[in-house]
Design a protein. Structure first.
Length: 367
């Protein structure tokens, strides 16, 4: 399947990190009649939670994004996927005949509006799979039970701290085939998840070689992916991460779109057996060795830092007037990594670097 020219698919008026239903409703409501739009429930504050269904085929694929309200990259990617599915081309017709896609673009609309991980009751929906204490959790579970998916895609963002293995490459995309028990054994459904991840990784290596990681597979029955895997439904965790100088994650969104399309096409063409569990296990696990900025020769910053080898800075995402700002904060490690990597390294002895530090107000940070 050919994703064609991505620039023709990219929905350019839905961008940035702050995404709510206000930003995507016009696009959703403008979808043609081949798409079925439904209200599937309400959030704590009574905001509608919507699903979009496309296709009439037997292979049912359920996707949900923004379970964590401040993780919007995958929402933009599924909007691009929906835009692709509007195209009058043979590949889309094949998907419609063989697959049925049901997409919840924003599961946690209150968290999306507040730009928080948690919902309005300050509950992490991805730790509520057993209690189902929150209305959004119950919405997802009902959709899952009614739709009876063949495959689930659980779509998230990850922080900028992650690297691939022990390399200095950022984990721009990470995947996980969630465990279904504490021993992290394999099962038929988990093995299918592994094979499909191997297919998507194979595609992404063409685009971002060495920048795909494998997320930690520690078992937690309260996590939705683990709970659905326990029910014998193949489930995949997607984590959209950092790409060089892409804090708004417009480039990462393209990689997630291409991974989604590769996943769908692999299921469509029944080629999942072409990929192996060993290929999945060969994907390096995520490390946590990155910070956003490292400043060297930091005597210029403040006296209490002059004995350090380097100053590590991590950006804090703050919502202000409908936009996300990236505010620098000094980073203190609980356990300093064996080797530290930075998305940007600056030297106070370099005139241009010092100018950038001053312009970006990084010289007056306090611990």
């Amino acid at each position: 399947m050919n994703e064609s020219n991505y620039s023709e698919i990219y929905v350019s008026n839905i961008l940035g990190r702050y995404i709510t239903y206000d930003h995507i409703d016009e696009f959703i409501n403008g979808l043609p009649s081949t798409f079925k739009i439904e209200k599937v429930g309400e959030s704590v504050r009574g905001e509608s939670i919507k699903s979009i269904t496309f296709g009439n085929g037997p292979k049912r694929i359920l996707m949900w994004s923004q379970m964590h309200g401040n993780e919007s990259t995958t929402t933009k990617a599924v909007i691009d996927l929906l835009n692709y599915l509007k195209r009058n081309v043979a590949e889309v017709s094949d998907i419609s005949n063989v697959c049925t896609l049901k997409i919840i673009p924003i599961l946690n609309p209150d968290g999306a509006r507040d730009y928080t991980r948690v919902n309005a009751n300050k509950i992490d929906l991805n730790r509520d799979a057993q209690d189902l204490s929150q209305p959004e959790s119950r919405v997802l579970r009902k959709v899952f039970q009614d739709f009876e998916p063949y495959f689930c895609f659980n779509l998230h963002d990850q922080r900028t701290i992650f690297n691939v293995g022990e390399t200095n490459k950022p984990a721009t995309v990470s995947f996980l085939a969630p465990a279904f028990d504490k021993e992290r054994n394999n099962s038929p459904s988990r093995e299918l998840s592994m094979r499909l991840i191997a297919a998507m990784n194979n595609k992404l290596q063409e685009e971002i070689p060495g920048q795909v990681g494998r997320y930690d597979d520690g078992f937690n029955a309260n996590c939705v992916g683990d709970a659905f895997q326990m029910s014998k439904t193949p489930t995949i965790l997607f984590e959209a991460g950092h790409y060089h100088e892409d804090y708004n994650r417009e480039k990462t969104r393209a990689f997630i779109f291409k991974a989604l399309l590769k996943g769908v096409s692999t299921l469509l063409n029944n080629t999942i057996s072409d990929y192996s569990i060993e290929q999945y296990l060969s994907i390096p696990e995520n490390g946590k060795q990155f910070v956003d900025v490292v400043i060297k020769n930091d005597d210029y910053i403040s006296n209490h830092l002059t004995n350090s080898k380097a100053v590590a800075i991590q950006y804090k995402e703050v919502l202000k007037k409908g936009k996300v700002e990236f505010r620098p904060e000094l980073h203190v490690f609980e356990k300093e990594p064996k080797e530290l990597y930075a998305h940007k390294t600056l030297n106070c002895n370099d005139e241009n670097d010092l100018k950038w530090l001053k312009e970006n107000d990084l010289l007056n940070l306090q611990p």
